[in-house]
Design a protein around this ligand. Structure first.
Ligand code: HEM
Length: 246
């Protein structure tokens, strides 16, 4: 018995996971050997971004419901996934810059800059910038998805509301942590997420410099210099600032 697929067949590995469809999705533009790796790595990132978004929604819901243990449980998963995203950069670094050049010119003007899920993660965490919405295609649902993330509360909003409800500030939290141990642990888990995401930014820019040096990006930015300008972005700036005050 068990579940059946849409055409009434017994469920199998292929039909449940849609493996044939998944394996159809790697269509390169050239015959370059390394293009398959380049596509798969990007697609894998997008799949993990999808899971991160799902988890961050759960974290926000749990904070709003004051279920802080559940929030920390999901944030622990978020951090492990982020560690994996940082590790994975090394796979693309096995590509020689000369080999990348054999198909790079075909990619413009496409760029990771246009990753909607990446911006959703930024917006959901607390880094909202309406300017990005205009840079996306009018067609499709990308703009609507990002607009929704702009309008809804971020993790930063949910956390700020929580400490306000407890009648304290971030400085009180770090000075009298004993009285709000659950909140302090949550703050440190949020910081782990902030740090995990920034470590990816650092690792990505390092890899980009190795691949293209000082050349402009396919998305039209200054490349490495633009990416370096994003390294100061923090989801929870107060949680970093409070450390200087202790
Ligand atoms: C050979 C590999 C790669 C190179 C040379 C590269 C290069 C770049 C460059 C130059 C930019 C700046 C925007 C532009 O002008 O295009 C950028 C942005 C970006 N890339 Fe990559 N990238 C690579 C791989 C990846 C991978 C595997 C991901 C995973 C999803 C990724 C995600 C992003 C994202 C999200 C941005 C936007 C960052 C922001 O605006 O803060 N990139 N990349």
């Amino acid at each position: 018995m068990g579940y059946q697929d849409a055409s009434g067949r017994r469920l199998s590995y292929d039909s449940y996971l849609r493996i044939p469809q998944l394996l159809e999705l790697q269509q390169g533009l050239t015959q370059a050997h390394d293009e398959l790796l380049f596509i798969v790595v990007h697609q894998v990132y997008e799949l993990w971004f999808k899971v991160l978004i799902h988890e961050l929604e759960a974290v926000r819901g749990a904070i709003e419901a004051e279920e802080l243990r559940a929030a920390r449980h999901s944030l622990a998963r978020v951090k492990v996934i982020e560690d994996l995203l940082v590790e994975q950069v090394a796979v693309l670094e096995t590509m020689a810059p000369q080999d990348f050049l054999t198909f790079r010119s075909e990619l413009a003007p496409a760029s990771g800059f246009q990753s909607v899920q990446f911006r959703e993660i930024e917006f959901m965490s607390g880094l909202k910038d309406a300017g990005y919405i205009k840079t996306l295609d009018r067609d499709g649902d990308a703009r609507a998805r990002l607009q929704r993330r702009l309008d809804e509360p971020s993790l930063h909003d949910a956390f700020s509301a929580l400490i306000e409800r407890r009648g304290i500030t971030v400085s009180d939290l770090y000075r009298q942590g004993g009285r709000h141990a659950d909140l302090l642990e949550l703050a440190e888990s949020l910081l782990d997420h902030d740090e995990g995401f920034r470590l990816w930014r650092l690792r990505h820019v390092e890899m980009v410099e190795r691949q293209i040096g000082d050349k402009p990006g396919t998305g039209g930015s200054t490349g490495v210099r633009y990416l370096q300008s994003t390294l100061g972005k923090r989801f929870f700036p107060e949680l970093w600032e409070v450390r200087s005050q202790l």
